[in-house]
Design a protein. Structure first.
Length: 245
């Protein structure tokens, strides 16, 4: 579903109504798990898989924050913002990702994480966050010349690959879940599926664990896989986060 200008303004109006009650409950941010996606805090982090990535968020009060991440060589990045409301958090993001053979995509999205615990749904102690939203994708898909969508007059590279411009409007649905094992350890898992125009589709899945050193510092280790028309990627990710407030 595509959100027009009126739809976005209506959504912002609804969120402003919820913001007051969200601010009242924001004092509980310190008690949330370190990986809780609805946390509105200022924090800094770094992660490593195939390269170093720097991440961070800046709290702008009780219910709003700015988010950003960038890879060490600058070819992948993401910036955006979050707005906490009564039963979840809404995120606005745009960013760029790179893939093999020169393929790349720029994504513009608006989505939400909604804790199912709000509806008293927490099976076996799992904290589940439903996630979904709208996204627009622009980029270039790499494929072998003469095959399928690569029937083009473009001159292929040395290995026969060509880049085909592509854009898509669509949405995604998924879930993110946390399972506290102790005061220090928490299991993490996530999965999402996306579809869009021009036959676009993709999925993402991850599983791992986080360790809370103290009230401010945490460490995480997880395996992740993703696949879409633009390419696929599998990573083992190590990460560290320091929370300032």
């Amino acid at each position: 579903m595509v959100l027009g200008k009126k739809g976005v303004l209506a959504a912002l109006s609804v969120m402003s109504v919820f913001s007051a009650s969200a601010a009242q409950s924001a004092s509980g941010e310190q008690t949330k798990l370190s990986e809780d996606p609805t946390k509105v805090v200022t924090q800094f982090g770094a992660s490593y898989s195939d390269e170093l990535r720097i991440t961070g968020s800046l709290s702008l009060g009780a219910v709003k924050k700015l988010n950003a991440s960038v890879s060490a060589n600058g070819d992948e990045w993401r910036v955006g913002g979050s707005w906490l409301f009564d039963i979840g958090i809404v995120n606005f993001n745009f960013g760029k990702q790179s893939y093999d053979q020169g393929a790349e995509r720029t994504t513009y999205s608006v989505g939400t994480f909604m804790p199912l615990s709000y509806f008293d749904i927490a099976p076996y102690g799992w904290q589940i966050f439903a996630m979904g939203g709208y996204s627009h994708v622009d980029g270039e898909i790499a494929c072998l010349a003469g095959q399928g969508a690569c029937l083009t007059s473009e001159i292929p590279g040395p290995e026969g690959w060509v880049l085909i411009p592509n854009s898509s409007d669509g949405g995604y649905l998924g879930a993110f879940a946390l399972k506290p094992l102790s005061e220090k350890w928490t299991l993490m898992t996530a999965a999402a599926y996306s579809v869009g125009s021009n036959d676009y589709s993709g999925y993402f899945a991850a599983i791992g664990a986080s360790y809370q050193f103290d009230k401010k510092q945490s460490f995480k280790l997880f395996a992740a896989t993703e696949d879409s028309d633009y390419g696929s990627d599998q990573n083992l990710v190590l990460g560290y986060t320091y929370q300032f407030n």
